[in-house]
Write a protein that binds this ligand. Structure first.
Ligand code: TRP
Ligand code: SF4
Length: 436
C-alpha cells in the first residue's frame, strides 16, 4: 500500500493507515488540556498525528512553535478544503506563528496550470475565503516567489536520492523533473520556517489531509538526516546526546557538553561512544535539549531543524458518495455556491436512510453512513448535545431524512450567505495578507 499525494484516491480506512504508516491516534491524551478545543478534535475528524506532543508541550509551556501548511490551487474551494483552515484559525487564536505556502510550482508541475493561473485561483478563491472564514494576517507566500524555500529544498536534496523518492512516491522514468522536484520544494516549505531569519529552530506543526503523509515522512527523514546530534534514550535507559559518527566528534561533544551544562544535568562524556550521557534527564526533557541542539547546529552553519510534527484530518465524503472533489462539481459544496445550488445538492445527497419511511420508522437510519450527518458533524453544528440528539433520533427512527436534509440546507444557507458577505470585505483586506 502506497499513498499517492497526487491521485484522487480516497484513503479512508483510518485505523489501517495509522497501523501501516506508524501514525498515532489523535485523542484526549494529545489535545486534552488545550484551551477551547475545536469540534474537529472532539469528534475524531483529526484522527492521527506524528509527534504532536512536541507542539502540545510548546503550547503548554508558552514556548515558540510554528505552524505551516500549504494549499495547491486547483479549481474552486469546497467544504473539504475548509477543515484545514478551521484548524489554522484555532491555532492562530491560541498564538501560533502561522505560515501558508501557496503551492503554485506544484500546481504547475503536477496539474498543468500556469503560474499566473495558479496565482489567480489562490488569491481569488482560497485566500479570499480563508480571510472570510476568519484567518487573521499571517505569512502567506508563493513557492515561485520565495527563493529561501527553493534554495533550501535544493540544498536539503543532498541527503536523499532517487531510490528513496521512487520508493515513497512511485516516480518512474517518465515522471517530469518539475514533478520529481516538487517534494523537495515542499520540504523547503515545511523546514524553512526554522531558518534563523524566520524564527529559528522550533517545533513546527503541519496539519494536512492524510494524502500528504508521504511528504511529511520525507521531510522528517531529511530533517533528521541533516542533524549533527541525536538526543535519545540509550539502551541502559539513560538519556544521551549522540554525535553523528562522520563528523568532528570531539568538537561536537564539546558543544553538547556545553548545552547539557545549560540545563544543569550531570554530564558523563564518553568519547568512545561518541556520546554525552545526562544524569538526571528524563524523557520529557528530550524535546528542549533537542531544540537547543538544533539551534547550535545552525550556529555551526549546519541545517539543524527539529523534525516537523503533523496532524491528519479525514476527508469529506462527496454529496454523491465517493470523494468530495472540485473536478466533480456535483460531489462538492463549494464555498461560492449559492444557497439554492447548495440546497439542491443537499436534497439529492446520499443518506443513511432506509428504503422506505416505514422501514426507517421501524429500524432507524444509519447516521454513520450519511453524508447529511457528515455535514452537521464537520461543519454545520458546533454544539455537541445538539449533534448527539440528531444521531439518537436518526438511529431510533424518530427522524426522517426529508426533514433532516431541510435542516441541513437551512444551516448551509445561513453559512453561505454570511460567508458571501464576509468575502466582500475580505477582498478589501487581501493586501494586508499578501504583503507580509
Ligand atoms: N502538496 C500540498 C497539496 O497538494 C500543498 C503543499 C505545498 C503543502 N507545500 C506544503 C502542504 C507544505 C503542507 C505543507 O495540497
Ligand atoms: Fe442521515 Fe438524517 Fe436520514 Fe439519519 S435521518 S440517515 S442523519 S439524513
Amino acid at each position: 500500500m502506497r499513498i499517492d499525494p497526487w491521485s484522487s484516491a480516497q484513503y479512508e480506512n483510518y485505523s489501517r493507515l495509522r497501523e501501516k504508516f506508524g501514525i498515532k491516534e489523535f485523542g484526549l491524551n494529545e489535545w486534552g488540556n488545550l484551551p477551547d478545543v475545536p469540534h474537529l478534535f472532539r469528534r475524531g475528524i483529526v484522527f492521527g498525528h506524528r509527534d504532536f506532543n512536541r507542539i502540545k508541550r510548546a503550547i503548554e509551556k508558552k514556548e515558540p512553535w510554528a505552524l505551516l501548511t500549504g494549499l495547491m490551487p486547483s479549481g474552486r474551494m469546497h467544504l473539504g478544503h475548509k477543515m484545514v483552515i478551521d484548524q489554522i484559525i484555532y491555532y492562530q487564536s491560541i498564538g501560533a506563528d502561522i505560515f501558508i505556502a501557496v503551492a503554485d510550482i506544484e500546481a504547475y508541475a503536477t496539474r498543468g496550470y500556469s503560474l499566473k493561473e495558479a496565482e489567480k485561483m489562490a488569491v481569488e478563491e482560497y485566500i479570499t475565503n480563508y480571510i472570510a472564514l476568519g484567518l487573521k494576517p499571517c505569512r502567506i507566500y508563493f513557492q515561485s516567489k520565495n527563493p529561501d524555500v527553493k534554495d533550501l529544498g535544493y540544498i536539503l536534496g543532498k541527503k536523499t536520492n532517487w531510490s528513496e523518492v521512487t520508493a515513497i512516491y512511485g516516480f518512474n522514468g517518465s515522471t517530469n523533473m518539475a514533478h520529481v522536484l516538487s517534494p523537495l520544494i515542499q520540504c523547503g516549505d515545511i523546514l524553512h520556517v526554522q531558518m534563523e531569519k524566520y524564527g529559528g529552530a522550533r517545533p513546527t506543526l503541519v496539519p494536512v489531509g492524510v494524502d500528504q503523509d508521504p511528504h511529511i515522512r520525507f521531510s522528517r527523514g531529511i530533517a533528521n538526516a541533516h542533524r549533527l546530534f541525536n538526543v535519545t534514550v540509550a539502551k541502559d535507559g539513560r538519556i544521551g546526546i549522540f554525535v553523528k559518527p562522520d563528523e568532528d566528534v570531539s568538537r561536537l561533544l564539546d558543544i553538547a557538553e556545553e548545552v547539557a551544562g545549560e540545563f544543569n544535568f550531570g554530564i558523563k562524556r564518553m568519547d568512545r561512544y561518541k556520546a554525552i550521557y545526562l544524569d538526571g534527564a528524563e524523557e520529557d526533557d528530550i524535546d528542549k535539549i533537542d531544540i537547543e541542539l538544533a539551534r547550535r547546529e545552525q550556529e555551526e552553519g549546519a541545517h539543524g531543524f527539529v523534525a516537523p510534527s503533523s496532524t491528519y484530518h479525514r476527508f469529506m465524503t462527496g454529496i454523491t458518495g465517493g470523494k468530495m472533489s472540485s473536478s466533480k462539481p456535483e460531489s462538492a459544496i463549494f464555498l461560492t455556491d449559492t444557497p439554492e445550488e447548495a440546497k439542491k445538492k443537499i436534497m439529492s445527497a446520499k443518506t443513511g436512510g432506509a428504503v422506505s419511511l416505514e422501514e426507517q420508522r421501524k429500524y432507524g437510519g444509519k447516521p454513520d453512513e450519511c453524508v447529511v450527518y457528515e455535514l452537521f458533524l464537520y461543519h454545520l453544528i458546533k454544539d455537541d448535545k445538539e449533534l448527539d440528539e440528531i444521531y439518537r433520533k436518526c438511529k431510533s427512527g424518530e427522524q426522517m431524512c426529508g426533514m433532516c436534509k431541510k435542516r441541513a440546507a437551512e444551516l448551509m444557507e445561513l453559512f453561505l450567505k454570511q460567508l458571501n458577505e464576509k468575502r466582500e470585505d475580505a477582498k478589501e483586506k487581501l493586501k494586508d495578507y499578501l504583503s507580509l
